[in-house]
Design a protein around this ligand. Structure first.
Ligand code: ADQ
Length: 483
């Protein structure tokens, strides 16, 4: 903390994300908080605990003000969202405008001025909270597409801060991004950061191209030069790839736990001890390619190329964004497809698709990963996809095969996977068959290669690399404070 500036806060490290890493335990009469699952949480929680910093975000409960609290060694600072904010900023602009636009317009993005106004208002509220709690020259790490205006807002209020931004989802090609009525404001918002991280080099390149094309700023390599404007001095911003990863040592520990291994054997028994268990684990989202996966599997069964007595598919789909129309549609389509396949292909005692629309604790999820001979990750577009990496981390005996979409960021990292184009059902079917029939030696070689990757590139290596690059960019932040 700082002694010289009484208006500054105490936190030297601040994480800012739409959601705090907690959920209300509805079954608990005391209404306690518990740590919640999810990509971003899985990625950042270990870092937060190690740093003893502050995390600013929404609790998930609308219209209620909460006091800051501490859980699992993390200092959490709630930002309040009203019901209207949730509808317009979160479900609207974040998840019905930006999410589909940034995922190749798989679903049509909706553009509404009232949603944009709410997005601006909520981003301002987050930025003001950061400005209040951050110590002088603190490091602030802003996460994801819901908060793209925070870097610039923060730079105006607190030019002493080191600001990093990480985008967890893809950054779209310029021709798609250019649809956004507020494209320039979003680019300027992000450029308030000192370092902007993306999942893939292609995402960083898309961003820099949009900056050149829309704002006319110069870029050289990964560096963007932002000229001075009004009362804001010019500065440079680095935009480059930092592919996110997982807590591999922790998952390996779980995968070696005798109770979890026993549970995996039990799952195998319970689904009828088939020759092959295939697994899908996704949020119920139209970007994940669940329908395409089911179509391919259904056709393989119908054509007799796979036999329902030998193989089952376990499809776990976590409930997600359930009030949005596009999410009601995908759930309906998935459930229709599962019902069809089971109706046409299954028999008493041999179900084809076990469909589970729940969230599971990490232990149970690990047991599923251990039980699965073939993992199906068939996203139509995905920033990274942590599930692919989690499956690999849990295969301690170098067995099992991964079918992986070339449109997931993970495809550039997991060279041992069977890569597929999920839009091409023929190709997807061929990939599934290849994985099912792959001989054990080939499986072992390919899995070993992928395991090596997730053992080196852990989530802690990821955050260390991001934060040390951020440190290096502004090692003397005092120099930029205007007099
Ligand atoms: P997501 O779209 O949520 O993340 P993903 O990367 O697969 O996608 O992360 C999902 C996480 O939730 C995984 O850790 C998974 O194990 C867990 N999970 C999924 N279903 C579950 C269930 N039923 N029960 C319990 N846990 C479940 C976003 C981006 C991704 C990017 C991450 C991290 O869309 O592309 O990889 O952020 O940056």
């Amino acid at each position: 903390g700082s002694e010289s500036a009484g208006t500054y806060g105490d936190s030297d490290f601040v994480v800012v994300a739409n959601r705090l890493p907690v959920d209300r335990d509805a079954s608990d009469p005391e209404q306690e908080w518990r740590t919640s699952p999810g990509g971003l949480v899985t990625a950042v929680a270990p870092v937060m605990k190690a740093q003893e910093g502050a995390w600013i975000g929404w609790t998930g409960v609308a219209d209620v003000d909460f006091e800051p609290f501490t859980i699992d060694g993390m200092h959490l600072i709630p930002v309040t969202l009203t019901n209207e904010d949730v509808l317009r900023y979160y479900e609207g602009f974040s998840n019905a405008t930006l999410w589909p636009l940034y995922h190749d317009v798989i679903a049509p993005p909706e553009y509404h001025r009232t949603w944009w106004e709410a997005y601006v208002r909520v981003n301002e509220r987050f930025a003001a909270k950061v400005a209040e709690v951050a110590a002088e020259s603190a490091t602030v790490w802003v996460h994801d597409y819901q908060l793209q205006l925070v870097p610039q807002l923060l730079r105006r209020m607190r030019p002493d801060l080191r600001i990093g931004f990480f985008n967890h989802i893809p950054f779209p090609p310029f021709e798609l991004f250019a649809q956004l009525p507020w494209r320039d404001e979003i680019l300027r918002g992000l450029l308030g950061a000192d370092l902007i991280g993306f999942q893939r080099p292609a995402d960083a390149a898309n961003f820099r191209r949009a900056v050149r094309g829309r704002l006319g700023y110069q870029t050289k390599g990964s560096t963007v030069t932002v000229p001075e404007s009004g009362d804001l001095p010019g500065h440079s911003v680095r935009a480059e790839a930092f592919p996110i990863s997982i807590d591999t040592p922790y998952l390996e520990e779980l995968a070696a736990d005798p109770a979890i291994i026993e549970r995996a054997a039990q799952i195998r028994e319970e689904v009828g001890n088939p020759k092959v268990i295939m697994l899908g684990v996704d949020r119920m989202d139209y970007t994940k390619g669940i329908r395409h996966r089911l179509k391919a599997f259904g056709e393989l069964l119908a054509e007799g190329r796979l036999n329902v007595e030998d193989i089952v598919l376990i499809q776990i789909a976590t409930p997600s964004r359930e009030r949005l129309e596009q999410y009601k549609i995908i759930r309906h389509d998935v459930e229709l497809a599962v019902g069809r396949i089971n109706g046409e292909q299954a028999d008493i005692g041999s179900i084809a698709v076990h469909y589970l629309h729940h969230s599971y604790p990490r232990d149970e999820m690990t047991a599923f990963f251990i039980a699965a001979d073939v993992m199906l990750v068939t996203a139509l577009r995905d920033g990274m996809n942590l599930v692919a990496k989690e499956y690999v981390a849990c295969r301690l005996h170098d067995d099992g095969a991964l079918v992986l979409s070339e449109f997931a960021g993970a495809a550039e990292q997991l060279a041992g996977a069977v890569l597929v184009n999920p839009h091409d059902i023929g190709n997807l079917k061929a990939g599934i068959l290849e994985a099912v029939q792959m001989d054990p030696k080939t499986r072992a070689r390919r899995m070993r290669q992928m395991r090596k990757k997730v053992r080196t590139d852990t989530v802690s290596a990821w955050s260390k690399r991001f934060l040390s690059e951020l440190d290096a960019i502004r090692d003397s932040p005092e120099a930029v404070v205007p007099d």
